[in-house]
Structure formats: C-alpha cells, structure tokens
Design a protein around this ligand. Structure first.
Ligand SMILES: Nc1ncnc2c1ncn2[C@@H]1O[C@H](COP(=O)(O)OP(=O)(O)O)[C@@H](O)[C@H]1O
Ligand SMILES: [Mg+2]
Length: 321
C-alpha cells in the first residue's frame, strides 16, 4: 500500500527566492500529523502544492499514489482543504454556501442533502445554517471552513493553521473537532504554535526555511535533547560528604553524560544536576546511592520543553552551525 501523502524533493521558487529546498516526507494512511514551523518556513507553500493549487518548481507531490500535478482533479476528490485565511463567501448564508460547495465539488445531486447534513452535524453548525457567513464569529467561520473541507468525504484533510486567530475557547472546540475527524481520516495540519501538536498529533514534522529539520512524535521531540535529573543527596550515616568524590561517582553512573554542582538543601546535603542522553540514569542512580551509602533526598527528571527543542531546531544559531 502506498502512503496517503508522498512528497519527494519538492522545490518551489518564487523568483529568485527558494521557499522549498528539496522537501521530502511521507504520511501513511490514518496518521494525524502536525506540520510545524516558524512563519515563512514554507508550510502554506507545501500545502498549496499538495492540494493542487500551486505547481512545484520541481519534485513531486502524491496523494494516495496520485500525482497532484498530473491528475489534479483526481487528487482533489480525495482531499479536503482548509486554506490559511479560510476564504469564504461572506454574503452567502451558511446553508447556501455548503450547497454551492457540494455542487462545485461534484457531489452527486441525490447525495448532497445527506452529505451536507452530516458535515453540519459533525461541525456543529445546526444553529447558524440560516445566518450570513459575515455574521459568524471567527470560531464558527472555522467550523464552516471545516464543514466545506469534509463535504465530499475526503480521505485526507489538509488544514492550514486551523486555529489561528481563534480565542482559547474556540481553539479547544476546533481542536477536539479535528481530533474527532482524525479518527477516520488522515490529517495534516500546519501551525506555528507548539502546544497545538501536543494534544492533537501523533507525529510532528518541523520545517524551517524550506527544509525538514525534525520528524518525530511529540514525546520523542520533547526528549530529543536528552534531559536532566536534579538530585539532592546526603550521607546515610551522617558523615561529611566530599563534593568532588560524589561528583565523580555521579558522573560514572551509567547513562549520565555530565554532573554539575547545584543547590543542596542546607547542612550536610549536596545538590547536582545530571545530564543524560538516551538512557534515563535514575535506576542506576538508586543503585549507586545504595553502594555509596547516600540518602537520595530528591530525584527529579527535568524535561526539555518542546518549545526549547523547536527553538533550537529553527534558530539562526543552529543554521550557522
Ligand atoms: N506567492 C508568493 N510570492 C513570493 N513569495 C512567496 C509567495 N508565497 C510565499 N512566498 C514566500 O515563501 C516563503 C514561505 O512562505 P509560506 O509557505 O507562506 O510560509 P509559512 O506558511 O510557513 O508561513 C516565505 O518567504 C514567503 O515570503
Ligand atoms: Mg502559512
């Protein structure tokens, strides 16, 4: 079975500016993927190409094995697309807009009413069907945008910044709606907000300046740089501990890649910050404590935040390195 999305060596130039610099990734059927990157990274450009609204300079974009530039109509049948600014026909009533969209999408006449009904139910639009779109709140506008995206029951949803400009309550609503849709569809959603992907996505692709810089689960990304353990210990017998000796013993604990002195908890205690890579050293730490007659007064795993990882992956310093 092919992937739902297959992007290969995608390059997009606007004049002399290269917005995508050979982007490649695949998304299997059923995955909910966060497409993350700072403003100007190339998210919208990629999604427009994928949805068949823009031609790549070179490289290919396939949806369920269909090359979107070769068979744009065929590919679009499988795609529901919520563009970045969610352009809607402001003067239209919601119900008319959905009818019009169903017609344009080629939904068969005898299926239109049922499809519209289903999209309206899923997106919670029952109350506003008779309103003009320009009377709607931003949250409801997004719901209408999602409803038009799912009208023809596509397998793949391409959502470009679906929660941008919404207030916190609306964000929660739209997120849970996306989560629901993600149970039956493949979803790729772009955002420049990290917390967005943590709750909704099982995989995160991070792009920066038209290149993929990370591809991982939110959890793995969070741990990508390893982490640290904050430790406070004392002597079990109450003797005075030699800081240098303790530091050396801690540095030798399996998994630990570095030990730095930190704040203790007063008289007779020593504090350290232990760094580690792939292996969490806490189990070995307890064994070392038994062996050395230490009392562990505090052992706390400190996570590198996803924000920190993101910043590192997309910062100027990183690129210069
Ligand atoms: N139509 C266009 N003409 C010229 N430059 C563009 C056009 N669309 C996008 N760009 C440029 O391409 C880069 C990527 O833009 P975009 O894909 O919109 O980024 P993102 O969605 O990640 O914020 C930016 O530098 C942007 O200025
Ligand atoms: Mg964008």
């Amino acid at each position: 079975m092919g992937s739902m999305i297959q992007i290969r060596s995608l390059i997009k130039r606007f004049g002399t500016h290269e917005a995508l610099k050979g982007l490649s990734f695949e998304v299997p059927k059923g995955q909910v993927v966060g497409f993350l990157g700072p403003n100007g990274a190339g998210k919208t450009t990629t999604m427009r190409i994928l949805a068949g609204y823009s031609q790549p300079t070179s490289g290919t974009a396939r949806v369920a094995d269909i090359d979107v530039t070769q068979d744009t109509v065929g590919a679009r049948r499988l795609i529901g697309y919520l563009p970045e600014s969610n352009p809607l026909y402001d003067e239209m009533m919601v119900v008319d807009f959905l009818r019009f969209t169903a017609e344009v999408r080629g939904v068969a006449i005898d299926q239109r009413t049922a499809r519209i009904k289903r999209a309206v139910e899923r997106c919670g639009l029952g109350q506003v069907l008779g309103k003009d779109i320009n009377q709607l709140s931003k949250g409801y506008r997004q719901r209408v945008g999602l409803a038009q995206a799912i009208l023809h029951d596509p397998d793949l949803l391409i959502l470009d910044e679906p929660t941008s400009g919404l207030d916190p309550n609306q964000i929660v609503e739209i997120r849970s709606l996306i989560k629901e849709l993600g149970q039956e569809k493949t979803v790729i959603l772009s955002t420049h907000i990290l917390s967005e992907v943590q709750s909704t996505c099982s995989r995160v692709l991070i792009i920066n300046e038209g290149r993929l810089v990370a591809d991982d689960t939110p959890e793995q990304l969070q741990n990508a740089e390893g982490g640290s353990v904050s430790v406070v210990l004392g002597s079990r017998k109450g003797d005075k501990l030699d800081p240098a000796a303790v530091k050396a013993a801690l540095a030798a604990v399996p998994g630990v890649t570095g030990a730095d002195a930190a704040e203790g908890e007063g008289e007779g205690t020593l504090g350290f910050k232990l760094r580690f890579g792939n292996e969490d050293p806490r189990r070995s730490l307890f064994e070392a404590a038994v062996k050395n007659d230490w009392v562990l007064l505090q052992v706390e795993r400190v996570h590198v935040s996803l924000e920190e990882t993101f910043r590192k992956l997309t910062s100027v310093e990183k690129r210069a390195a």
